[in-house]
Write a protein that binds this ligand. Structure first.
Ligand SMILES: *Cc1c(COP(=O)(O)O)cnc(C)c1O
Length: 475
């Protein structure tokens, strides 16, 4: 029989070899290309090359995987990665994921992993407090990502508005439920409506004001129109840190409208929620404490490896109402204890110990460590804005978070400009940026999503952009 453990000697050698290889990548991330050439035939060929009937010695197998990864993925841990909120994973988060893989705690039933469940309960509580929730009414669950957290929110809101939804299903509800978000909201919200059985047409995408936040006047009038036309509004989603331009909706204003009409108010703070950890930025998300529920991604600004998000609610009964189910086969060891089995509060059943990544990061760096990093990234973002403006680039968004959408005044109506510059930058392998349309104009987008990105790094990015702009002019 194959020895899936390897021998103790082989294993010790493998650990040592692995740690050395990973350390080499982690400390020299800057020396490799940020992104690979996208040659599908070469990459698929490389993957299919090994013959699984002839096994490799362990070190060779690990080496093959690491070498292939180095050459064929976008390196989000690279300081010149200015992408979509993906962080360089911090070392505590990496170590925690490794520990989790070895112990493999099963999170479904509390009694199987009481320590893990209590770590997560504590973290949900602590984050809830930081978002301004009353200490005695905080509940929540760790999720794989913002998409799952937003899905959870839509299901909770449906169950709150239509208690018969859980048993009878949507088709037996005597209503046409609709939900509201801004046109800059993340599309996981729209897909959540589809998965919940509402359909895409149940999502009212409210246009934004010139500052790219939801137009609350239009929200109000759309609600009015829908109610008069026989629809049943049940939920409003405000975004704190939109994925494109990084803008923050007027959460207090949304809360007021939602409470007037008795709608579930969900704050999608997947990225921008981290602002509550900084004294300087906290005020930006005022009103988040009024949200019935919050999505907060730990694998974005809190720099733990994927997949880690939190769904937090101030309505402690709602997860139970939405997900509880009883089974004969689940462990009953905790009978009589005042506990919650995580599977009764989550879309997931068997679940990884997601919370350890945040817990170990806090043990090693503390809330203060996160605050310092968040403030640093915000400063580097300001530096990038200043350097760009000095070089004649113009900003097309106005976010207080380090998310910059920009173009060149002369070329901004040339629809090829931004995509050509972006292509040239990405193909150079020296940096990763993207393109995002702002009010119909293609903008270049750069986000300081890596805590290790320095002012020198952004100066290099501006040089690279200036060089590509010059090439575009001379083409
Ligand atoms: C990233 C993001 C999501 C989706 O989260 P995942 O973690 O990618 O599933 C949802 N909403 C916002 C605002 C985001 O930035």
């Amino acid at each position: 029989m194959a020895n899936l453990d390897l021998t103790k000697k082989e294993r010790k050698e493998l650990w040592r070899y692995l740690i050395n290889q990973l350390e080499d990548y982690y400390s020299n991330t800057k020396s490799i290309r940020v992104s690979p050439p996208l040659d599908i035939d070469r990459i698929a060929g490389l993957v299919r090359q090994p013959d699984f009937s002839k096994v490799l010695p362990p070190k060779e197998a690990v080496d093959a995987v690491i070498t292939a990864m180095k050459a064929n993925i976008v390196h989000t841990p690279h300081p010149q990665y200015y992408g979509l909120f993906n962080p360089r994973p911090n070392i505590a988060g990496i170590v925690a994921d490794f520990i989790t893989a070895v112990f493999n705690p099963q999170m479904a039933a509390w009694s199987h992993s009481p320590l893990a469940a209590e770590v997560e309960n504590y973290l949900i509580h602590e984050m809830g407090i930081r978002f301004g929730y009353p200490a005695n009414s905080i509940d929540g669950t760790f999720c794989t990502g913002g998409a799952e957290a937003n899905q959870t929110a839509v299901l909770c809101a449906l169950n709150k508005a239509f208690p018969e939804y859980a048993n009878k299903g949507l088709r037996n509800i005597d209503h046409s439920p609709v939900l509201y978000c801004s046109s800059q909201a993340h599309h996981s919200v729209i897909r959540a409506a589809r998965i919940a059985g509402l359909g895409l047409n149940a999502v009212r995408s409210i246009p934004t004001r010139p500052d790219l936040t939801m137009d609350l006047g239009l929200l109000d009038s759309q609600l009015e129109t829908d109610e008069l036309s026989g629809f049943t509004p049940f939920m409003v989603i405000g975004t704190a840190g939109t994925t494109g331009p990084g803008t923050i909706d007027d959460l207090q204003g949304i809360a007021k409208i939602a409470s007037k009409r008795n709608l579930w108010f969900h704050a999608d703070a997947a990225y921008g929620g981290a602002a509550v950890l900084s004294h300087k930025l906290k005020h930006l998300v005022n009103g988040i404490e009024l949200a019935d529920s919050i999505t907060f991604d730990v694998h974005k600004w809190l720099s733990v490896p994927m997949a880690a998000s939190m769904f937090i609610t101030r309505k402690p009964e709602i997860l139970h109402q939405t997900f509880r189910i009883t089974t004969d086969y689940m462990p009953k060891d905790a009978k009589g204890l005042k506990i919650t089995d995580p599977y009764t509060h989550s879309i997931q059943w068997s679940r990884r110990f997601i919370g350890l990544k945040l817990y170990l990061s806090l043990l090693m760096f503390g809330w203060k460590g996160y605050e310092e990093v968040i403030d640093h990234q915000t400063e580097v973002g300001e530096e990038l804005r200043n350097l760009l403006e000095k070089s004649g680039w113009v900003m097309l968004n106005k976010s207080p978070l380090p998310v910059l959408c920009f173009s060149d005044d002369f070329y901004k109506n040339d629809s090829d400009f931004a995509t050509s510059i972006c292509d040239a930058v990405v193909k150079s392998g020296k940096a990763w940026i993207s393109v995002y349309p702002i009010n119909g104009v293609n903008a270049l987008r750069a986000c300081i999503t890596n805590y290790a990105t320095t002012k020198q790094d952004v100066a290099q990015l501006v040089e690279l952009l200036n060089e590509k702009r010059k090439e575009y002019k001379n083409r």
